[in-house]
Design a protein around this ligand. Structure first.
Ligand code: NGQ
Ligand code: ZN
Length: 457
């Protein structure tokens, strides 16, 4: 492999780990990593000058791709007491309607949308393994392979997280009919991981795994998987998203879900606690100290009526967090980060909650989600730094709001005042995937996706 830089970018403004810098020359290596960064440079022959401010693309740490197909279709009121749990019934209905071709088409459309929204990588929390009646496909990895393909087609980086799911609630309650497509015993789940490990490696994709929730696995099953999984990547779990889960956990064990998880599992930097909405002060402090990432999905959490994560205190305690688009009622960095801050404001009836005195909120939460997102998807370097993967967004320098902004105003304008069109170009691993707002396979991806939506009507 070539060891010399194969490509050089030049940005008038670039967001480095030390903050915004000017006249930045970035050399990429042959494997799509950042080889060198120099600031206050003249533009050199052969440099490709980007069309606006350059920022790192973020990792989206939580996705259930198939749910994009029903986003916006669960907004008709039912009995007057609609909840997360009634939404889940509708979601299970969608599960029963999609085959592997459909899932690949939905995921490709979604991943293209995510790229356009400023994400360069996605962690797919993948539990839709089997047919509607629970029969495994002739290749038990079929559905996973479709996710791998969709990521490859679109060019988004992937951390694939096959999900272990075996029960309907704490204490090993038998699963219900809607959950049949999700189920494994530990041996079969471990076999799935074995099969996927070399495929992900060959694709340059990361393999981790997830346990769906403390509702879906017994402590014994979790311990077996933790001991035997042939995987070094991240471990994710949904936890304490709904108050009912907290109540059920207390009834089962006398402990709250996050308390139980921190007591009983070796939670550390490898772990990502998805949602973790409902925390006591003690749980919040312990989670912050654990080094794990809280995987927040602000648009979905708002949509499902989950509650508000205590981000002000958690960040003050040094807790790590990242963002995910989860059910994909939103697909952009800006929407998620904006709602993260706005939830805190609505609760506290105050402004500028997640930044310290004098700091930009946009920059503070973008930087937190950059670092936490990278950790949660299994990357050990993040941002525009030597050794990191070259995952960039170029904001539209011709947009007057962006053109007139300097420093962190660029982020605050993008995240709090502008829409999706602000992201102009997106690079993943040293290659442009979105250019001037478009993907090179846009028409094909849209056509396949439209067919699926018409079928689901
Ligand atoms: C999921 N989604 O697995 O897709 C869950 C709902 C559950 C979100 N929590 C199902 N947003 O937690 O049982
Ligand atoms: Zn989820």
């Amino acid at each position: 492999m070539a060891t010399f830089p194969v490509n050089r970018l030049f940005a008038d403004h670039a967001l480095l780990p030390t903050g915004w810098a000017q006249n930045v020359a970035i050399a990429l290596d042959a494997s799509g990593g950042i080889a060198s960064i120099a600031t206050d440079q003249p533009i050199a022959d052969g440099d490709e000058r980007v069309a606006g401010p350059l920022a790192p693309a973020l990792a989206n740490l939580h996705s259930h791709a198939f749910q994009r197909a029903m986003a916006g279709l669960a907004e008709v009121a039912g009995s007057g007491n609609d909840s997360f749990w009634t939404w889940r019934e509708e979601m299970y209905r969608t599960v029963g309607l999609v085959n592997p071709d459909d899932v690949e088409a939905i995921a490709a459309k979604l991943y293209m949308e995510m790229l356009k929204g400023g994400f360069g990588h996605v962690a797919e929390f993948h539990y839709l393994h089997h047919t509607a009646d629970g029969t495994p496909y002739s290749d038990p990895a079929e559905m996973s392979l479709r996710i791998l393909n969709a990521a490859k087609t679109t060019g988004i980086g992937l951390t694939h997280l096959p999900v272990f799911y075996a029960h309907a609630n704490f204490g090993g309650v038998a699963p219900n009919a809607g959950q049949r497509p999700f189920l494994h015993d530990p041996d079969r789940f471990l076999a799935l991981l074995e099969r996927l490990a070399p495929l992900c490696r060959d694709n340059g994709q990361t393999l981790g795994y997830a346990v769906h929730s403390l509702r879906a696995a017994t402590p014994e099953e979790m311990r077996t998987i933790l001991e035997r999984a042939p995987v070094a990547g991240p471990i994710h779990i949904h936890v304490a998203e709904q108050t009912k889960e907290v109540e059920d956990s207390l009834a089962w064990s006398g402990r709250r879900p996050v308390q139980w998880l921190l007591d009983e599992m070796p939670v550390d930097e490898r772990w990502c606690a998805i949602h973790a909405t409902h925390l006591t002060d003690d749980e919040r402090q312990r989670l912050a100290r654990s080094g794990a990432v809280a995987g927040l999905c602000p648009a979905t959490e708002a949509n499902l009526g989950d509650g508000i994560f205590p981000a002000v205190d958690y960040m003050a305690e040094g807790g790590r967090l990242g963002i995910g688009t989860d059910s994909h009622v939103a697909t952009s960095v800006a929407e998620e980060l904006r709602l993260l801050e706005y939830g805190q404001r609505l609760r506290d009836r105050r402004r500028n909650r997640l930044a310290g005195p004098g700091a930009s909120v946009g920059h503070t939460i973008f930087d937190a989600a950059l670092k936490g997102g990278a950790q949660a998807v299994g990357q050990n370097t993040s941002g525009i730094a030597v050794g990191a993967r070259a995952d960039f967004v170029v904001l539209d320098g011709a947009n007057p709001y962006i053109a007139a902004a300097s420093g962190n105003q660029i982020l605050d304008r993008w995240l709090f005042a502008l829409g999706g069109e602000t992201v102009r170009d997106v690079m993943v691993a040293g290659q442009w995937k979105i250019r001037n707002g478009r993907h090179h396979l846009e028409e094909d991806i849209d056509r396949a996706f439209a067919r699926v939506l018409m079928k689901l009507k």
